[in-house]
Write a protein that binds this ligand. Structure first.
Ligand code: FES
Ligand SMILES: [Fe+2]
Length: 321
């Protein structure tokens, strides 16, 4: 066990008696049957048909192409308002993301057809939503009835946000499963997690006590929960210690078969007086948050790709019998 010193608020003592499934070596606690049961429950959650496209800041007036759930889409803004539509021109199929916006209308690069907010033949903008941190699109799926707005877990009132997007060769479920296994933290990311203990295993959430290290000597200790507000998202919420109320939303968006975007929004908050200053310096702080998010996700994407690879191999094996 590391002799790291923690700064900030001390947490209460751990419960003297943890349930039997939270005792014993970490590799025993990381029970694949239990992780699978949590994953199965998460995958049944409704989504309202909403998919995260990207961080809000990434989409500007210039058209940008995205593939979401196998559909080629173009995203742009008119007077700051988000628009998302099929990326194929209704005339002869040119990529509209190669075009430009003129007086609020998307202009096709091949023959200049101008498209606005309404339908043109079979071409029609899709329902989209910008929650100020993330850009979303609604494509009805088989995860329950469409909802007017995305299903989002509670966010802090004031926060410093950063959004990381990364792609991995896996399915969304592999990314969620990775997050439902907190036991790997200290072994797989020793640079970041200095101590980690799962202290609660509820039906809909896991509770962990974790020490994030700033260095080998110094860290902060927090209690955090992991829960899935919908079938494609897992949210970590700090419930005690420094930054209580901060959330990390890990969203997974299927792109094509076996390819998934991991879009992670960190919404950090603090009651410390210096936090107002931090908000003013958000532009300077954000790259540091992004760097540590990315470092963890390079490793976790490899974990998710491995579980996908194993599942595919098992599927091939079954099909060949
Ligand atoms: S393909 Fe777009 S105007 Fe012809
Ligand atoms: Fe991890």
């Amino acid at each position: 066990m590391s002799s790291i010193r923690t700064v900030g608020r001390s947490l209460s003592r751990l419960p003297a008696e943890l349930p039997p499934e939270l005792r014993g070596p970490d590799w025993v606690q990381a029970n694949p049957i239990l992780i699978q049961a949590h994953l199965d429950r998460a995958l049944e959650m409704p989504t309202g048909g909403w998919y995260v496209v990207d961080g809000s800041r990434e989409i500007g007036a210039r058209p940008r192409s995205y593939t979401i759930a196998g559909r080629e889409l173009v995203a742009w803004r008119v007077d700051g308002e988000l628009r998302i539509a099929p990326d194929a021109c209704p005339h002869m199929g040119a990529r509209l993301s190669d075009g430009h916006v003129r007086e609020g209308r998307l202009v096709c690069p091949w023959h200049g057809l101008e498209l606005g907010n309404g339908k043109h033949g079979a071409w029609c903008p899709l329902e989209s939503y910008d929650d100020g941190v993330l850009a979303w699109i609604r494509i009805p799926d088989d995860q329950g009835a469409p909802t007017a707005r995305p299903i989002v877990s509670p966010r802090p009132d004031t926060f410093l946000d950063s959004v990381m997007r990364m792609e991995a060769a896996c399915e969304p479920r592999d990314v969620i499963a990775n997050r439902l296994d907190p036991w790997h933290g200290v072994y797989y990311h020793p640079h970041t997690f200095k101590r980690l203990r799962v202290i609660g295993l509820l039906d809909d959430r896991l509770v962990v006590r974790v020490v994030y290290g700033f260095s080998d000597r110094l860290g902060i200790e927090v209690d955090a929960t992991f829960h899935c507000p919908d079938a494609r998202t897992i949210t970590m919420t700090i419930v005690d210690g420094e930054g209580t109320g901060s959330v990390v939303e890990t969203h997974t968006t299927p792109l094509t078969d076996g390819r998934t975007a991991i879009i992670e929004a960190t919404l950090a908050t603090s009651e410390r007086p210096g936090f107002r200053g931090a908000l003013k310096a958000a532009g300077l702080i954000r790259p540091f948050i992004l760097r540590s998010q990315r470092k963890l996700w390079v490793e976790d994407a490899a974990y998710a790709e491995r579980t996908y690879e194993l599942r595919q191999a098992a599927r091939r094996e079954r099909n060949s019998q």
